[in-house]
Design a protein around this ligand. Structure first.
Ligand SMILES: Nc1ncnc2c1ncn2[C@@H]1O[C@H](COP(=O)(O)OP(=O)(O)O)[C@@H](O)[C@H]1O
Ligand SMILES: [Mg+2]
Length: 223
């Protein structure tokens, strides 16, 4: 969590291999991303990392189904597998009845659900979400946060979300505060729901701690 300009998107882009650190180390599922050749990095991104953005970034000419199927088709997965996984993920985000709709015909919350399904369709080890509720009204935003939490519990994949919104951050197990590109502090939250207390999701406990200081050291002298 941090104010606008504090370096949240930069940190997320480093974790997701969209940006290269000038120093330090970024490891996803045991693979060091810093210095990885472009084609290898692309493969790791496709197979291990899911991204969700504030403005959904759906392809406007593709239906909900085709947007979700796209990562599978780019990987040349077999037809029946594409169909099974796409339908399963449509269901996971509660949009089974909206498969044929274009993004224009969906509400903001529905678009974000499609984007979440697309991010998950390759079964990534980590889901990265950059202000996923930033373009939604508060009720729809709360629904999206609840969905992300539910998916986090169901799939066991790590969720790293960045936000400037304290209410959104409070839905997470662990909150790291960024300020001017520096990691300022950390809190752990008790979720207070049966079965969750005191048990952070797999991997979440190690990712940001390793990555944030690298960016800070490398760029600490900039404003
Ligand atoms: N660790 C850092 N040290 C110095 N500058 C940084 C660091 N992280 C980000 N920046 C710069 O700060 C600016 C805002 O960062 P950004 O990641 O877009 O912030 P946010 O997503 O929190 O609004 C960008 O120009 C980025 O290059
Ligand atoms: Mg940002």
């Amino acid at each position: 969590m941090g104010q606008s300009g504090s370096g949240k998107s930069t940190l997320l882009n480093l974790i997701g291999g969209l940006d290269q650190p000038t120093g330090g180390s970024v490891r996803i599922d045991g693979i060091e991303l810093a210095g990885l050749p472009d084609d290898e990095l692309t493969r790791v991104r496709r197979e291990k990392i899911g991204f969700v953005f504030q403005f959904f970034n759906l392809l406007p000419t593709l239906s909900a189904y085709d947007n979700i199927a796209l990562p599978l088709r780019l990987q040349r997965k077999a037809g029946p597998l594409v169909r099974e996984r796409t339908l399963r993920h449509l269901g996971l985000v509660g949009l089974s009845g909206r498969a044929d709709h274009l993004p224009d015909e969906l509400s903001g919350g529905e678009c974000q659900r499609v984007a979440i399904a697309r991010a998950l369709v390759m079964d990534p080890v980590v889901l990265l979400a950059d202000e996923p509720t930033g373009n939604l009204d508060s009720k729809t935003g709360a629904e999206i946060l609840a969905l992300l939490q539910q998916i986090n519990r169901q799939t066991g994949s790590t969720l790293v979300m960045v936000t400037h919104d304290a209410a959104a951050a409070s839905s997470c197990d662990r909150i790291l505060r960024l300020r001017d590109g520096h990691l300022e502090g950390e809190e752990r939250q008790q979720r207070g729901e049966a079965g969750d207390a005191g048990e952070p999701s797999t991997g979440a406990g190690t990712l940001p701690r390793q990555i944030a200081p690298a960016g800070r050291r490398a760029r600490g002298s900039q404003p």
